[in-house]
Design a protein around this ligand. Structure first.
Ligand code: QV4
Ligand code: CA
Length: 514
């Protein structure tokens, strides 16, 4: 039997294992702590993420990057590597290592945002204007710290006049030309593959659980396969022997382009951008969309196969108009809708879920475009990123939004753990924007996104008893701080949700039972 399983695993190939996030203690959801300092992430793992049941953290790129002063220290400078030294606005290598160990020690996995398609922009100049002082020349395409020289870039392969990607309808230029002017690495070269693999392996050996691989649409699947094939197994201090790194690849596929997500399925998971774009449209009730249409949410909506998907309501790009998704994306700027959309995602079984944790910036729209979409994290005048202070009510200060700490979202991360592995069940809808569904007999959630009250008795599939709603409050000792839901011996319960409630949804689960 054992041999059979081993043989089957070998047949599936190593890559099948790169779809597994290796989460621990029955935890399921990850959170993107966008632009957080390593020291703050370490503290957050210990004081909040582990006790709240979060499975992992996506961290901002840890490599050294170009310093951009105009605009002043934009968040996106971190997507322009100048060396693979582990030194950034989030902290140095020592702080990174300390964070990875401390998070692992409390069972929270670290997933690294790996920017390996390119180095800095072609107009990045020459000098030591890297966050930790490494010298480089964008003009001569030299990055001696790695080292990469002009031989390691793709320009000879690119056939557009500008050297940039001009037409997403041409797969060759999407892979071989410069993405918004960023110096494009020649990943077909064994030398480049080796340097990228060394970078990833250093992080794997330090204890990370995997990677969000940036800009995969712009890399050939065959090149990625070669690089992934060189990755070490995860560090056995924290993971079982033979564990492959979890890989989730950023490919924006909303349809209509020659490059599809499908080309990357065998290599790892892929970001499902249709998910947040559609969910936003539904909760905003645009284009005639209704929540009741989500009965077949998931593959039934034309999303990728469930085992391939990494899902999210918003990400660091589309919450500020970068990348794809457009105006429908719901972010913390629309808190009521955002909480509902995130709760829907966390209640639903489709995909590996990622929660966004943002910083605030001064939004300033001119003709529909945010002039300040570049603004970096809360920082001191000298560009140093500010720590994340925790207020007495458990929210964050100094411009850090901390959506993952909002009671409704945190409690739904717990809900997802409690119902893990249970089937989508007991669907109900009013043919409009009131819907309900359960997860086996372990959890049940009811949404009212109509402009009128919800007042209905539903089959929850749950054992009879008194349950605390984990949205308006939660279980606290022998009582509930919010609504109490009484489930009868027949599994039926009465729900009442005013459209004017602060939150127009209710959720109960096995562990919120009194
Ligand atoms: C500018 C001009 C170019 C010109 C170039 C000359 O616009 O026409 O050729 O100068 O050097 C920044 C600037 C951009 C600038 C570029 C190079 O915004 O104007 O080009 O730097 O200096 C982030 C930001 C980008 C930013 C980039 C690098 O979103 O604005 O570019 O970091 O700092 C596609 C991709 C997808 C991508 C998405 C945004 O398929 O992969 O666009 N998403 C990922 C990340 C994203 C990141 C990158 C990829 C690049 O999630 O955050 O882009 O690593 O859909
Ligand atoms: Ca490329």
């Amino acid at each position: 039997m054992h041999l059979f399983i081993l043989a089957a695993a070998a047949l599936l190939g190593l890559s099948a294992a790169q779809h597994n996030p290796h989460t621990k203690h029955g935890r399921t959801a990850m959170v993107h702590l966008f632009e957080w300092r390593w020291a703050d992430i370490a503290a957050e793992c210990e004081r909040f993420l582990a006790p709240s049941g979060y499975a992992g953290v996506q961290i901002s790129p840890p490599h050294e990057n170009i310093v951009i002063n105009s605009p002043w220290r934009p968040w996106w400078e971190r997507y322009q590597p100048t060396s693979y030294n582990l030194c950034s606005r989030s902290g140095n290598e020592h702080e990174l290592r300390d964070m990875i160990s401390r998070c692992n020690n409390v069972g929270v996995n670290i997933y690294v945002d790996a920017v390996v398609n390119h180095m800095c922009g072609a107009s990045g100049g020459e000098g030591s204007h890297s966050v930790c002082g490494s010298w480089f020349s964008a003009n001569r395409k030299e990055f001696p710290t790695i080292p990469f020289t002009h031989w390691d870039f793709n320009d000879h392969k690119c056939r557009t006049g500008s050297g940039n990607i001009e037409n997403y309808g041409d797969a060759d230029q999407v892979r071989d030309c410069r993405l918004v002017g960023l110096l494009d690495l020649a990943m077909e070269k064994d030398y480049v593959r080796g340097k990228v693999a060394d970078y990833l392996n250093k992080l794997i050996d330090m204890g990370v659980a995997g990677f969000r691989v940036d800009a995969c649409k712009h890399m050939w699947p065959g090149d990625l396969s070669a690089v992934y094939g060189r990755m070490h197994n995860l560090n056995t201090t924290w993971f079982s022997g033979g564990s492959r790194p979890f890989v989730f690849q950023e490919v924006i596929d909303l349809g209509g382009e020659p490059i599809t997500s499908r080309e990357y399925f065998h290599l790892g998971r892929v970001t499902e951008f249709k998910y947040g774009a559609k969910l936003g449209t539904i909760f905003r009730k645009w284009n005639g969309e209704k929540l009741s249409y989500t009965k077949s949410w998931g593959e039934g909506w034309g999303f990728m196969p469930e085992g391939n998907a990494l899902v999210f309501v918003d990400n660091h790009d589309n919450q500020r108009g970068h990348g794809a998704g457009g105006a429908s994306i719901v972010t913390f700027w629309d808190p009521k809708l955002h909480k509902m959309a995130v709760a829907y995602m966390l209640a639903h079984p489709y995909g590996v879920a990622r929660v966004m944790s943002s910083f605030r910036w001064d939004r300033h729209f001119v003709n529909g475009k945010d002039q300040n979409d570049w603004m970096g994290p809360p920082s001191h005048g000298n560009g140093v990123t500010k720590p994340v202070p925790i207020n007495s009510d458990q929210t964050c200060g100094d411009g850090w939004v901390c959506e993952h700490r909002w009671r409704q979202i945190k409690n739904m991360a717990v809900f997802r753990n409690v119902v893990n592995g249970q089937p989508h069940a007991n669907w109900w809808d009013n043919q409009s924007n009131q819907v309900a569904f359960g997860r086996g007999n372990r959890g049940f959630i009811v949404f009212n996104n109509d402009d009128w009250n919800l007042d209905v008795t539903l089959n929850t599939g749950m054992p009879g008893g008194a349950y605390c709603d984990v949205i308006s409050g939660q279980k606290d000792g022998g009582g509930c701080t919010g609504k109490l839901i009484q489930v009868g011996g027949d599994g039926r319960a009465h729900f009442k949700i005013s459209n004017r409630d602060e939150d127009t949804f209710v959720a109960i689960h096995a562990e919120s039972k009194l």
